[in-house]
Design a protein around this ligand. Structure first.
Ligand SMILES: Cc1ncc(COP(=O)(O)O)c(C=O)c1O
Length: 457
């Protein structure tokens, strides 16, 4: 090899394959409470906890203490040889009291992995109980269940699916979401709307053959793709009834809306139903470590125990001790500091402030959500609900304008159908104060106004 070949290439920029290949994000070097700090010392208010992740804000002392304590004892032991103290304690914390019959926690490294586990345990359950025809999953359009191929196939967001369509299994089909602002007809009551959605679900069971359906999967409050969309009263009870009648399972994806985000630990508590399988992530570990969990009912796991004796799945980092220690500390802080009450109080305040600031705004068509999980939907025209031209990428402009004003929020496009529509999602940390909430709404208001003024002359 000549001298020339041995000279290392000159650094021309970041070697991280960032989300955008056109620009490089600022470097975050620190954080405290609801604030993030970049390398220039600039402080940014974390109004969305990233993507509804940082439920305790940044550098929470009790979580750091737990991480340091665990690092001093044991950082890793493979789950095929050992369990660990934090894994056992975390599972006890999550399902020791068997909420809604959920009795086992399968601890993975994030939301998508947890969704894969949910799909696979549902399928394996039916194989083991002698119903191998059940291999179909019904999901909803405009849902997001993750980016691994199984999770992406389950999701119903057209834009995210499009380039990978040839790789996605056809075991998944999609029905209309319970998205009242966009899907409910002007002449329909809430009951009519629920009735129509449930009839469509029933028809999909019939089209597929009810004995081929393994599960229906849905986010109780739709997150990133549609922007904090709760279902109308009675929808999930009716869905549960359809699943039960056909012997199919109900999988609830609470990756974004779970672990207290909507004001109850589990979003399903507000729906009067329980799932057979629940998936949690983001707020489980609050970003202190990568972690997700698939929570399964005793009935399912007992069937596997009585059958093959094992869940036929696994990853190298299952039940990682550091991740479990972080999540355990996060969940203890939420419980011991009674943060769910705070989520409800601050969530009401956030709603009130959003209504004051945007309730009469010409370009805000809907304000929705629950707890500290709220969104505004931006429209070109409030009466017709027409969106702005997607080519304008309004959501990206709002994100930039907010960031310039010291606010990190989570806008997205494709709100209506994966292509059209814009919304801004807010998910402040549960520790946010009333002043923080005011500042989030003020900065967002300024960003939205400035962005739209640039477009609408
Ligand atoms: C509802 C929902 N499910 C699944 C996922 C995937 O989680 P992860 O990004 O941790 O893989 C997400 C992530 O945004 C989500 O919001």
């Amino acid at each position: 090899m000549g001298l020339k070949e041995r000279v290392p290439p000159r650094r021309t920029g970041s070697h991280v394959l960032h989300r955008s290949l056109r620009d490089t994000p600022p470097i975050a070097v620190g954080g405290h409470g609801v604030w993030l700090v970049d390398a220039d010392g600039r402080e940014v208010l974390d109004g969305s906890g990233g993507a509804a992740v940082s439920c305790l804000g940044h550098q929470h002392p009790r979580v750091l203490e737990a991480l340091i304590g665990q690092a001093g004892k044991l950082t890793y032991a493979h789950s095929s040889f050992f369990s660990s103290e934090p894994a056992e304690a975390l599972a006890d914390e999550l399902v020791g009291h068997e909420p809604g019959g959920l009795a086992y926690a399968y601890l993975v490294s994030g939301g998508s992995e947890a969704i894969e586990a949910a799909l696979k345990i549902a399928r394996q359950y039916f194989v083991e109980i002698g119903q191998p025809r059940r291999s179909r999953f019904i999901a909803r359009r405009q849902s997001y269940h993750g980016n691994t191929l199984g999770a992406l196939a389950a999701g119903g967001n057209a834009w995210r699916r499009e380039p990978y369509r040839p790789l996605l299994a056809d075991a998944f089909s999609h029905v209309t979401p319970a998205f009242a602002y966009r899907e409910q007809h002007a002449t329909e009551t809430d009951d009519d709307f629920v009735g129509r959605l449930v009839a469509e679900l029933e028809a999909e069971f019939q089209r597929l053959g009810p004995d081929t359906v393994a599960a229906f999967i849905a986010e109780p409050v739709v997150g990133a793709t549609a922007g904090c969309v709760p279902a109308p009263e009675g929808y999930f009870r009716a869905v549960r009834e359809v699943c039960d009648r056909h012997g199919a399972l109900l999988i609830l994806d609470e990756v974004m809306c779970g672990m207290g985000r909507t004001g109850t630990l589990h979003a399903w508590e507000q729906e009067g139903i329980v799932p057979d399988i629940q998936v949690v992530a983001k707020g489980l570990g609050g970003g202190y470590q990568p972690i997700g969990a698939m929570l399964a009912s005793r009935r399912l796991v007992d069937a596997l125990r009585d059958g093959s004796g094992a869940f036929q799945h696994g990853h190298t980092y299952l039940a990682h001790p550091m991740a479990c220690a972080a999540a355990l500390a996060v969940q203890r802080v939420i419980r011991e500091d009674r943060l769910l009450e705070r989520v409800r109080q601050m969530g009401d305040l956030l709603e009130q402030r959003l209504v004051e600031r945007f309730g009469n705004h010409h370009h805000v068509g809907d304000i929705r959500g629950r707890g500290l999980f709220r969104a505004i939907e931006i429209v070109a025209d409030r009466t017709s609900k027409a969106p702005f031209d997607p080519a304008l990428k309004l959501h990206a402009r709002i994100k930039r304008a907010a960031f310039e004003r010291g606010l990190a929020c989570y806008p997205a496009g494709g709100t209506i159908d994966g292509r059209n529509g814009d919304h801004v999602l807010l998910a402040p940390p549960y520790i946010a104060s009333a002043q923080d909430i005011d500042m989030i709404v003020d900065r967002l208001g300024a960003a939205v106004d400035a962005t739209i003024a640039d477009i609408v002359h």
